[in-house]
Design a protein around this ligand. Structure first.
Ligand code: AMP
Ligand code: MN
Ligand code: MN
Ligand code: MN
Length: 286
């Protein structure tokens, strides 16, 4: 079992807990080495770092950036970034900017399907208005009885072909990798098993093309163990890590109690052939 968790969310993006509470929960579950990776925003890092230190955890500054690549939305995690880096902050600002307008269009789409007043409702769940996103909409739709839980919202709403879905242009992959690398971080392809083409998983050919481009552009890591992967997918993506000479990462992708695939920490070990991404930081471990 691993005591590393390099992917989780606070209420600075679409998690439920404030950064300090998230860190306390992680420490209570035996995590010793943690990264906070809020979507498109680094505002929670200072509070989280302070709380992590109090709980004797080694803290890594992180972020999860929304990217459009071909017809896909991808998530790229930046680990060990410098949140003070100007180019990174300008980039994140540009990614956040589109979220307000997208939210308005999502609400209009739901209104056309007979569900009104969702915009104001969703904003009630967004502690940080700049990161308004689908999870906040989902929580409101659950509260108002349109779905039984957040996961079923993502089956019936907010995804391609369903009410509330709005196509959106996120950051470019090469820009994202440059922002991360330029701030001293490592770019990691998040939850590769989650990307789909329509209802089917992204095909192997497309995935190989993505990984080749990612490496060519300066990407260095891949999440092998993540909350949304099955054990078979740990093995599958460990093979891709070896093939593309990528460092392997692990993270729960925890968003909140009762809402996520996994709680914080207690993740299974990486397959033996993997080179853990944290080896370079290990000397700093307390
Ligand atoms: P957004 O960046 O606004 O498009 O929202 C993306 C977020 O929605 C992800 O980071 C997840 O937190 C959440 N999400 C996406 N798909 C699902 C799903 N099937 N079940 C639960 N949450 C999901
Ligand atoms: Mn999320
Ligand atoms: Mn993600
Ligand atoms: Mn995430």
């Amino acid at each position: 079992m691993l005591d590393y968790d390099l992917h989780c969310h606070s209420n600075v993006s679409d998690g439920l807990l404030p950064p300090a509470e998230l860190m306390a929960r992680a420490a209570g579950r035996g995590v010793k080495f943690i990264a906070l990776t809020d979507h498109d925003d680094t505002d929670g890092l200072a509070e989280a770092a302070q709380a992590a230190e109090k709980h004797q955890m080694k803290f890594i500054n992180g972020v999860e950036i929304s990217v459009s690549w071909r017809s896909h939305t991808l998530h790229i995690v930046g680990l060990n970034i410098d949140p003070k880096n100007k180019a990174l902050q300008a980039g994140l600002h540009s990614v956040r900017e589109g979220r307000g307008e997208r939210a308005r269009l999502m609400s209009e789409s739901l209104a056309r399907a007979g569900i009104g007043g969702v915009l104001e409702g969703a904003y009630q769940y967004a502690s940080n208005r700049e990161i308004i996103g689908r999870t906040h909409f989902a929580r409101y739709l659950v509260e108002t009885g349109h779905a039984k839980d957040v996961r079923s919202v993502f089956k019936n709403f907010l995804v391609k072909g369903k009410p509330g879905f709005v196509p959106h242009q996120w950051a470019a992959l090469n820009d994202t990798i440059n922002w991360i690398n330029g701030s001293g971080g490592v770019a990691v392809l998040a939850h590769p098993g989650r990307y789909t083409s329509g209802r089917k998983p992204m095909g192997r050919k497309t995935l190989r093309e993505l990984l080749a481009e990612f490496v060519e552009m300066g990407g260095r890591g891949i999440e092998v163990v993540t909350g949304s992967h099955t054990p078979e997918q740990y093995a599958e993506f460990a093979k891709y890590a070896t093939e593309f000479n990528l460092l392997s990462s692990c993270g729960s992708d925890f968003h909140g109690p009762g809402e996520s695939y996994r709680d914080l920490g207690r993740l299974p070990d990486l397959p033996l052939e993997c080179r853990p991404i944290w080896q370079a930081w290990e000397s700093a471990r307390q």
